[in-house]
Design a protein around this ligand. Structure first.
Ligand SMILES: Nc1ncnc2c1ncn2[C@@H]1O[C@H](COP(=O)(O)OP(=O)(O)OP(=O)(O)O)[C@@H](O)[C@H]1O
Length: 898
C-alpha cells in the first residue's frame, strides 16, 4: 500500500492560508466595488482594474470559489488544471472587454508606453493591461468577429477546465432538466384540470340537489312549474288526461293534483261546515254568557258548531257580521279556554294563540307569537280530514275521484269564506321603554353644535330638536349671510365634535328655513308594526293599499298609499332591511284589505324570503320562486293589464275606480276588479335570468298599470345600472333607499347622495313621486315569527284563492314547448281519424291531411306523448291505446282555455 502524497489543502495550515486568501479576495472585491476601503482600497482597486479591467472584478470571485472548493472538496481532483482554467477565464473576460470596448492607444507609442496607457485607462468597461494586450492583439489579427469566436471558445474551455464539467453533458443536463420541469408543469396542469373537473362535478351535484329541493318546495307550495324540457308531458295534458291510467306517468304533476285535491276536500269540508251568517253580537253574547259551553265541552266539535248555527241564523246579517261570526266560530275558543279541555276540542289550541276581539290581559297578549308555531296546520288538516270523510274516502286509494271534478268546480268562488282580518295581538306590542331620550344630553349636543360651527365662523342657532327612533335631528337656523354649503362642508367636523359615527345634513329642510343635522342616537329603538297598525293614520287611511312604512324623524307614524306611488323601487345593501320592509308592506295589506279587494303576486327568486306567504288568501298564485317563471308571471301581469284596459273601454270607464264603482252600481259585487300588487324581492336575479323580457314587462307595467290598479314593488340589493336600468328607473317614480355602501349606489337609487350615510336596520330614505326631497324614516319591524303567526292564522281561517286560470296561463306562457294539442291544428282531427280507423301511421296522417312527413311525424309523437297511440313497431302501424268513448270522456274534462 503506497502512501498518498500530501495535497495542498489537507493540513490545517493550508486551510488557514486558504481562509486568508478568501479574506484578502473579499477585501479586493469590496475595494473594487466601493470607495469605502480607504487608501489601501483605492490602491487595490486601481491596481486590479489597471491590470485586468473587467476581469479584475472576476478575479476575487474566482479565487474565493477556488479556495472554497479546495476547502470542501474531498477529492480535490486536478487543482492545477482548475486554477489554470480560472486564470484563463479571467484573461478571456478581460480580452472580451477590450474587443467590445477597446482602449484607443496610438500605434506610434512604444510597447511600454502602450502598457502604461492601457494600465492607466483600466476600468470595468475595458480589459485593462492584460485585456488590452490580448484583446488588442486578437483584434488586429482576426478582427472583431474572429476575436469574439476565439474568445467564446476560450471562455467555454476555461469554464470546462475550472469546473471539471463537460460542456456537452451540461447542455444535455440542461435539456433533461427542462424536460423534467415541463413534465412537472404538465403534471401540475393535469392535477389542476382534475381538481376543476371534480369541483365541477361537485357543483353540478349540488345544483341538482338544489334544483330537486326547489322542485320539492314548489310541489309543496303548489307552485307552478315551467316546463324546461319540451319532451316532458305538459301540465295541461295531465289535467286533461289525468283520469286515464295510461297517463299516470304524469304523477310528477302532483302539485296541481294536490291543489285540486285540497280544494276539493276543502269544498267538502266547507259544504258541510257552512253555516248561515252569524251576527257578531249574538255570537259574542253567546261566547260570553252561555253556560252551555261547559256542556258543549263534552260534545264533539261539529255538534257544537251545528248548535250554534241553528240558534243564530239571521237573514239580515251583513257580511262583516258574518266574518266576525266566522272568526268567532273558528277562533273564539278563548273564552272557552278555562272550561274546555284540549282533549275534547282540539281546536282549543288555536284559541290560545289567536285572541278574539275581546280584551285580554297583557300577559295573554304576549303569548301568541311564541306559542303559535307547533300546534298548527297538521291539527287543522287532521280535523278537516276527519270532517270530510267522504271526500277522504275518494282520496284514499287514488286521487282519481277528485281529479275528475272539472276545474271550475274546484274554483274557490262558491266556497269562499268571508275574510277574517288577523287579530292585532299576533303582533308584538311595543314595551314602551321610552326612547332613551335624555334632555340634558340633547341640549348639550345642541350647544356643542353651535360652538363647533362658531369655531368655523358659522353663526347658527339650534331652533328645534326632534328625537326619532334611530336619529335625532337638530334644526339649525343660520344667521344672515351664512352660506348653507359652508355648513354642509363641515359635516365631518361636526361628527367629530359630537363623537357621532356619521351625520347627515339636510340643507335646507323642505318647507323650513332651517338646516337639519341628523345625528345617530346612541340607543336605537325598533318601530313596532303593531304601533303603526293601531295608529289612526293607518286605521283611518282610506286606501286599501295603505302601507305602514315606519316613523319619521319626529317619531310620527308614516303611512303611505301604494296606489299613489304607484310603483316603488326598494334598494339597499344586503342586511339593510329590504325584506323586513316588504314584510311590513304585505302585513299592512293583510290587515287592511280583503283578498277580494287586493291581490298579491309575489316573486321571490331568493326562495326563502316570501315563500312563507304561500297559502294566504290574497295570493293570486303561489309565490313564484323560479326566475324563469317570474318572467312569465310578469308577462301574465302585462296581459292582465291590457285585458283590464279592454274591460274599461267596453264599459266606458277610465280606470279601476270607475269600473268598480260601475259594478257596485250594477250590484255586481263579483264583477269588481281587485287591485294587484306585484312584489319582486330581488330584481337582480330576474335580470340575470331574462334581462330583456323582465325589463320589458316591468316597463310596460310601470307605464300603464296604475289605472288598471296594478302596482309594482321591486326590491334589489344591487343598485347598479345593469339591474336598475335607466328605463326601469325612469318608469318607477317612487324610491325607497336603505343603507348602501357608496354615494354612487345612492345616486343610482335616489339620483342624489345620502343613502350611504344611513345606519342600516330599517333606516331609510323615502322618496315618493312628487316629493322634492327624500325624507328619513325608521322602517317598521316585523319579525319572522310574527309573519308566520299571521300567515298561520290566515291559512286556518281562509283558504288560498289561487286562480287556476292564472296558474294555467302562467304555466302555459312559461312552457318551452307548449301544449301538444296547441302545437298542431290537426291534432284533434288526427285523434278522431286514428280512433275511427283504429290504427295509426305517419303516412296515413300525411295522406289524410296533406301534410309533409316531418309534420305528420311530429303529430304522431304528440299523439304518443298523450298516450293515444303506442310506440313505433317497425313497419307495423302503431297500436291505438284508447277507445272513442274514452277519448270523449277525456275531452269532457278539457278546460275552456285549451
Ligand atoms: N325596521 C327594522 N328595525 C329593526 N331592525 C331591522 C329593521 N329592518 C331590518 N332589521 C334588521 O336587519 C336584519 C336584516 O334585514 P333584512 O333581512 O330585511 O335585510 P335585507 O336588506 O333584506 O337583506 P338581504 O338582501 O340580505 O336579504 C334583520 O334581521 C333585522 O335584524
Amino acid at each position: 500500500m503506497t502512501a498518498q502524497p500530501a495535497r495542498f489543502g489537507d493540513s490545517i495550515l493550508d486551510e488557514v492560508i486558504l481562509l486568508l486568501i478568501i479574506v484578502a479576495s473579499i477585501i479586493v472585491f469590496i475595494s473594487l466595488l466601493t470607495e469605502k476601503m480607504g487608501i489601501i482600497g483605492g490602491i487595490i482597486s486601481s491596481f486590479f482594474k489597471g491590470l485586468f479591467g473587467l476581469g479584475g472584478l472576476f478575479l476575487p470571485i474566482c479565487v474565493i470559489a477556488y479556495c472554497i472548493w479546495m476547502l470542501v472538496s474531498e477529492e480535490k481532483r486536478y487543482p492545477f488544471v482548475r486554477g489554470i482554467g480560472a486564470g484563463l477565464f479571467l484573461l478571456t473576460v478581460a480580452a472580451f472587454a477590450q474587443v467590445l470596448h477597446p482602449i484607443q492607444v496610438a500605434e506610434s507609442l512604444g510597447f511600454f508606453k502602450r502598457c502604461g496607457v492601457l494600465y492607466g485607462a483600466g476600468a470595468f468597461t475595458n480589459g485593462g493591461l492584460t485585456g488590452g494586450l490580448i484583446g488588442g492583439g486578437l483584434d488586429r489579427a482576426l478582427d472583431t468577429l474572429g476575436s469574439v469566436i476565439v474568445l467564446l471558445a476560450t471562455g467555454i474551455i476555461s469554464i470546462v477546465m475550472a469546473t471539471g464539467k463537460s460542456f456537452f453533458h451540461a447542455l444535455g443536463d440542461a435539456n433533461a432538466h427542462r424536460k423534467a420541469r415541463r413534465k412537472v408543469k404538465n403534471e401540475k396542469i393535469k392535477n389542476k384540470a382534475e381538481r376543476i373537473r371534480q369541483q365541477e362535478e361537485l357543483e353540478a351535484e349540488r345544483q341538482a340537489k338544489r334544483a330537486q329541493r326547489r322542485r320539492r318546495m314548489n310541489r309543496e307550495d303548489f307552485n307552478i312549474e315551467v316546463q324546461e324540457n319540451s319532451s316532458e308531458t305538459p301540465y295541461v295534458e295531465e289535467t286533461v288526461f289525468r283520469k286515464k291510467p295510461l297517463i299516470l306517468e304524469t304523477k310528477k304533476r302532483e302539485p296541481i293534483f294536490d291543489f285540486v285535491k285540497e280544494n276539493g276536500a276543502e269544498a267538502a269540508v266547507h259544504r258541510e261546515e257552512k253555516t248561515e251568517d252569524v251576527p257578531k253580537e249574538a255570537h259574542d253574547e253567546k261566547a260570553a254568557e252561555t253556560p252551555s259551553i261547559r256542556e258543549a265541552a263534552a260534545m264533539p266539535a261539529e255538534d257544537v258548531r251545528k248548535e250554534a248555527a241553528e240558534e243564530q241564523v239571521k237573514p239580515q246579517a251583513t257580511e262583516s257580521d258574518a266574518a266576525d261570526a266566522l272568526f268567532a266560530e273558528i277562533f273564539a275558543e278563548k273564552p272557552r279556554e278555562e272550561s274546555i279541555s284540549i282533549d275534547i276540542l282540539p281546536e282549543e289550541d288555536m284559541g290560545k294563540t289567536v285572541v278574539p276581539r275581546k280584551e285580554t290581559s297583557a300577559a295573554e297578549e304576549e303569548i301568541p307569537i311564541a306559542m303559535m308555531e307547533e300546534e298548527t296546520v297538521e291539527e287543522t288538516q287532521a280535523e278537516e280530514a276527519e270532517e270530510s270523510e267522504e271526500a277522504a274516502e275518494a282520496e284514499d286509494a287514488k286521487p282519481a275521484a277528485d281529479i275528475h271534478e272539472p276545474r271550475k268546480e274546484t274554483a274557490p268562488v262558491e266556497e269562499e269564506r268571508p275574510y277574517i282580518f288577523p287579530p292585532i295581538t299576533l303582533l308584538g306590542k311595543d314595551p314602551q321603554t321610552g326612547n332613551g331620550s335624555n334632555r340634558s344630553e340633547l341640549f348639550e349636543n345642541a350647544r356643542k353644535l353651535e360652538t363647533t360651527l362658531k369655531s368655523f365662523s358659522v353663526d347658527a342657532k339650534v331652533i328645534q330638536i326632534s328625537r326619532g327612533p334611530t336619529v335625532t335631528r337638530y334644526e339649525l337656523s343660520p344667521s344672515q349671510g351664512v352660506k348653507v354649503s359652508k355648513i354642509v362642508n363641515l359635516a365631518d367636523d361636526i361628527a367629530l365634535n359630537l363623537a357621532a359615527s356619521g351625520i347627515r345634513i339636510e340643507a335646507p329642510i323642505p318647507g323650513k328655513a332651517a338646516v337639519g343635522i341628523e345625528v345617530p342616537n346612541k340607543e336605537t329603538q325598533s318601530v313596532y308594526m303593531r304601533t303603526l297598525l293601531e295608529s289612526d293614520a293607518f286605521k283611518q287611511h282610506p286606501s286599501k293599499l295603505a302601507f305602514a312604512l315606519g316613523q319619521d324623524i319626529a317619531g310620527n307614524p308614516v303611512v303611505t298609499d301604494i296606489a299613489k306611488m304607484p310603483h316603488l323601487l326598494i334598494a339597499g345593501a344586503t342586511g339593510s332591511g329590504k325584506s323586513v320592509c316588504i314584510n311590513t308592506l304585505i302585513t299592512s295589506i293583510l290587515y287592511k284589505a280583503d283578498p277580494k279587494e287586493v291581490k298579491l303576486l309575489l316573486v321571490d327568486p331568493k326562495v326563502v324570503e316570501l315563500s312563507v306567504y304561500n297559502g294566504i288568501p290574497h295570493l293570486l298564485i303561489p309565490v313564484v320562486t323560479d326566475p324563469k317563471k317570474a318572467a312569465s308571471a310578469l308577462n301574465w301581469a302585462v296581459r292582465e293589464m291590457l285585458q283590464r284596459y279592454n274591460d274599461f273601454a267596453a264599459h266606458g270607464v277610465r280606470d279601476i275606480k270607475g269600473f268598480n264603482k260601475l259594478m257596485e252600481e250594477k250590484g255586481d259585487e263579483k264583477g269588481k276588479m281587485p287591485q294587484i300588487v306585484i312584489i319582486i324581492d330581488e330584481l337582480a336575479d330576474l335580470m340575470m335570468a331574462a334581462p330583456g323580457e323582465v325589463e320589458d314587462a316591468i316597463c310596460r307595467l310601470a307605464q300603464m298599470a296604475r289605472a288598471a290598479g296594478m302596482h309594482l314593488i321591486i326590491a334589489t340589493q344591487r343598485p347598479s345600472v345593469d339591474v336598475i336600468t335607466g328605463v326601469i328607473k325612469a318608469n318607477i317614480p317612487s324610491r325607497l333607499a336603505f343603507a348602501v355602501s357608496s354615494g354612487i349606489d345612492s345616486r343610482t337609487i335616489l339620483d342624489m347622495v345620502g343613502a350611504e350615510k344611513l345606519l342600516g336596520k330599517g333606516d331609510m330614505l323615502f322618496y315618493p313621486s312628487g316629493q322634492s326631497k327624500p325624507s328619513r324614516l325608521q322602517g317598521a319591524f316585523v319579525t319572522d315569527q310574527e309573519v308566520e303567526a299571521i300567515v298561520d292564522f290566515l291559512k286556518k281561517s281562509s283558504k288560498p284563492n289561487y286562480t287556476q286560470e292564472t296558474i294555467d296561463q302562467i304555466t302555459a306562457a312559461g312552457k318551452v314547448g307548449g301544449a301538444a294539442e296547441d302545437s298542431d291544428e290537426f291534432f284533434s282531427q288526427a285523434v278522431d281519424l286514428i280512433l275511427e280507423k283504429e290504427k295509426a301511421s305517419v303516412s296515413m296522417l300525411q295522406r289524410q291531411f296533406r301534410i309533409g312527413y316531418n309534420r305528420a311525424a311530429r303529430l304522431m309523437d304528440d299523439l304518443e306523448k298523450q298516450g293515444i297511440v303506442g310506440p313505433e313497431e317497425g313497419s307495423k302501424p302503431r297500436k291505438v291505446l284508447i277507445t272513442k268513448s274514452e277519448w270523449e270522456e277525456m275531452t269532457g274534462a278539457v278546460p275552456d282555455e285549451i
